[in-house]
Design a protein around this ligand. Structure first.
Ligand code: FAD
Length: 408
């Protein structure tokens, strides 16, 4: 059987390694637009922070290169002929498949003002980090208060540059966490020396020699060497838009990770999958979800017929100043929140429940409970108000808590 994998990152590599481990009679071709060996995208902010080298973020696995796997680097897929089962690349090559995986990932959103200067970047690919590095001397502005924006700001601090942070919302991480937690994080970020402008966006861009001027909607003018935009991502589907595969925001897949076209599968940031908490299809664009989806896609390509149970939103930021883990849905207006905050330690434990089930959590400087709570969210175990109240107040230890959970 001929298998073609498009994309060599979390989802594509997980699919590849699962196929290899199954030791079936396959010929596999894995194609990536990037010219370099696969690497961990999650470590890009550390690369920008000069804490790790290009070599250190490579995903090295000697098992990826058996004789029946062909690697194609530096070629972009530009077309799929789903009738003839062919994939075409920009280098004029055509690859035939019996089963195809689309693991094309996502691309960072580029506001129009990015076109006005060569000093405004996204941070999505390793080449972005290298390009920023070339222009960055001692000042930077990060635009966007999401996870990538905050991780980028921290990377810059590790490099010795404290950036200014501009965000449209009035607290950081506003699309994933609740206001109370977000305002505490904002406080911590300010304490790290970061100047934060909330409720603001870039209105105009000017550049004089090597200085970039950002005119904000609040009339402030910021000057810097570079600006890094982290305003979210969108699935990388433009190249396959007219292939006949059903796409909403991302590629739509069924429980077997198969798209609307037989023998074509999708996994990772490029596709919409069932969210166990929201109970609808969303894009939960994080590394572990992409890995899991690549695994299920591989097994189903080999006809195991195993359903993917679904994903949940999850995020973790660990810095020298704070450690935040959030999971599930903390933005549900109908949920009931249980919170315990120890101000002196900046330690917060928050659990959201709805219909007697945990639907979300935020754990600030308190990572011990995370694994168990995420399991509770995924397994939809029934919980009582009293139980959750005791958990957030810490009157049940994580171990007792886990035992209780098993008894419920
Ligand atoms: C700076 C940063 C920090 C992050 N930190 C975290 C974190 O801490 N934790 C976490 O869980 N997640 C994190 N993420 C998100 C995580 O990296 C993604 O969810 C994950 O990489 C998704 O994997 P993927 O395989 O779906 O797609 P991607 O990693 O986007 O890879 C897609 C691959 O497909 C290739 N490709 C795309 N289009 C084509 C084409 N037409 N032809 C050929 N090849 C193509 C690309 O070159 C790429 O190799 C971070 C992301 C960024 C940018």
């Amino acid at each position: 059987m001929k298998i073609v994998i498009c994309g060599a990152s979390a989802a594509g590599l997980s699919c590849l390694s699962t196929l290899i481990k199954q030791k079936k009679d396959i010929e596999c071709t894995i194609i990536s637009e990037e010219k370099i060996y696969p690497y961990s995208r999650c470590l890009l902010t550390y690369h920008l922070g000069r804490e790790v080298t290009e070599k250190e973020i490579e995903i090295t696995n000697p098992d990826f290169f058996p004789d029946n796997v062909k690697w194609i680097f530096g070629e972009r897929i530009i077309k799929i002929d789903t009738n003839k089962k062919n994939v075409f690349t920009d280098k004029g090559n055509c690859f035939e498949y019996d089963k195809l995986l689309l693991a094309l990932g996502a691309e960072a959103i580029k506001p129009p003002y990015m076109l006005q200067s060569d000093r405004i970047f996204n941070l999505r690919y390793l080449e972005d980090s290298v390009a920023i590095d070339r222009k960055l001397r001692n000042s930077a502005v990060v635009i966007g208060g999401g996870f990538v924006g905050i991780k980028t700001a921290y990377g810059l601090i590790r490099r010795g540059i404290t950036p200014t942070l501009v965000m449209a919302s009035h607290y950081p991480l506003s699309t994933t966490i609740d206001e109370e937690t977000g305002l505490i994080v904002k406080d911590i970020l300010s304490g790290m020396g970061i100047q934060i402008y909330t409720g603001a966006d870039v209105k105009e861009v000017r550049q004089k020699n090597s200085i970039l001027y950002l005119l904000l909607s609040n009339e402030k003018v910021l000057d810097c060497d570079v600006a890094i935009v982290g305003k979210g991502v969108k699935p990388r589907v433009k190249e396959i838009d007219n292939s006949g595969i059903n796409i909403k925001t991302g590629i739509l897949v069924d429980e077997f990770m198969q798209t609307s076209i037989k023998d074509i599968y999708a996994a990772g940031d490029c596709c919409e999958t069932y969210d166990m908490v929201m109970e609808k299809r969303v894009i939960n664009a994080i590394w572990p979800n992409a890995v899991e989806q690549g695994y299920y896609a591989a097994l189903n390509m080999l006809n195991f017929k195993i359903s993917y149970p679904g994903s949940i939103a999850m995020n973790s930021i660990k810095t020298d100043y704070f450690h935040l883990i959030s999971a599930g849905n903390l933005k549900d207006g109908e949920a009931k929140f249980f919170t315990h905050y120890v101000k002196s330690k900046k330690q917060l434990r928050k659990i959201a429940i709805k219909n007697g089930q945990i639907v979300g959590c935020a754990l600030l400087n308190d990572p011990d409970y995370a694994g168990v709570i995420v399991e509770l969210i995924k397994n939809k175990k029934p919980v009582t108000d009293t139980f959750v109240d005791r958990v957030v107040k810490g009157s049940i230890s994580p171990l007792e808590y886990y035992r209780k959970f098993q008894e419920v």
